[in-house]
Design a protein around this ligand. Structure first.
Ligand SMILES: [Ca+2]
Ligand SMILES: [Ca+2]
Ligand SMILES: [Ca+2]
Length: 327
């Protein structure tokens, strides 16, 4: 681990010296940060805060709805929420989610003044978006973290004090989305159609958690609930897997025009009280192409060079590219 632990001591020069330690922080890999024990619980606790770099996989509002409404008082309803996935590069075969919520005070353990007014929540989002990031950009996130239902998320620990802000920096624009890794349901489910859980995170669902993957030749067990935020199930004929929809504007009742079997590209997610199960594929948007359930940017990541997105890379793509060239 590349340790850049900062232990700044603020010493007061009064007779009874008050010592206040600044939070410790280290640059970590996603693999180090997401390490789990045999029960699936997270074990990283070397520093109070971490610095993580990775490729942004999707637009935040295609996943959760950041629209603030500070009139909500329903318990556990955080109102505006915002979340992104960033994926590690090279040998760092893991990824991490970053979360922000508005009304932490609707959690029973947070003080009544522990949330954000609409105005302040929007200023929080503005502060994060000042980094001008987009899917396929490499970003750096620095912040506190909490374990949540099988993932270790960077967040504010549900604390609205500015000293719990996380920060986002743009490291490099346009690095490109990672190519989705092709996985089969046999990689994710055992012979009894139960989730494969490897605490070493070298195989099974943990290995692909918070990463862009592609599953080929599947069909819906039942697509009746198709729509924003829907939870559907796909099958290859023997095994099944859950698909969670985001709220991208290509997903709405009546937009399912897929021919079965189809391929799916999404982010392997876990959000489950059972830390060794509850995995699902998160599909943020659908572009209506008829054969691949995915957002357009994730289809393009799957076939670099397929400029006209007809599924093959050939001379037509070259012609298309040349026609766009400024003469
Ligand atoms: Ca997990
Ligand atoms: Ca904050
Ligand atoms: Ca093509």
């Amino acid at each position: 681990m590349k340790n850049i632990v900062v232990l700044t001591m603020v010493l007061s020069l009064t007779p009874c010296a008050i010592i206040k330690a600044a939070p410790t922080v280290a640059e970590v890999t996603h693999s180090e940060f997401q390490a789990v024990d045999a029960s699936g619980e997270h074990v990283y606790n070397a520093t109070d805060m971490v610095i993580l770099e990775g490729i942004l996989l999707h637009n935040p509002a295609d996943m959760l709805d950041p629209t603030p409404d500070d009139s909500i008082t329903e318990i556990f309803n955080l109102s505006g929420t915002w979340q992104i996935f960033i994926q590690g590069e090279g040998d760092d075969h893991a990824g991490t989610a970053v979360f922000l919520g508005q009304l932490y005070n609707n959690l029973p353990w947070v003080a009544p003044d522990g949330g954000y007014s609409n105005e302040v929540f929007i200023s929080e989002l503005s502060r994060l978006n000042a980094a001008q990031f987009s899917p396929g950009d490499k970003i750096r996130v620095t912040g506190y973290y909490l374990s949540y239902k099988g993932k270790l998320n960077i967040n504010e620990q549900h604390n609205n004090n500015p000293d719990h802000d996380f920060t986002i920096e743009l490291v490099e624009r346009g690095v490109g989305l990672p190519s989705p890794e092709v996985v089969t349901l046999d990689d994710l489910k055992d012979g009894d159609d139960e989730f494969i859980f490897d605490p070493n995170r070298q195989s099974g669902c943990e290995y692909y958690q918070s990463r862009l993957v592609k599953i080929e030749d599947v069909y819906f067990v039942d697509a009746n609930d198709w729509g924003p935020n829907a939870e559907l199930v796909i099958s290859d004929g023997r095994k099944t897997f859950g698909v969670k929809f985001g709220r991208g504007n290509g997903i709405y009742a009546g937009s399912n025009n897929l021919t079965e079997p189809f391929n799916v590209i999404g982010i392997l997610d876990q959000e489950s009280p059972d830390l060794t199960g509850g995995y699902r594929l998160y599909v943020m948007n659908y572009d209506g192409n008829g054969s691949v359930l995915a957002s357009r940017e994730h289809r393009m990541a799957d076939k670099p060079g397929d400029v006209n997105l007809d599924g093959v890379v050939d001379i037509d793509d070259f012609i298309e590219m040349i026609e766009d060239w400024p003469m």
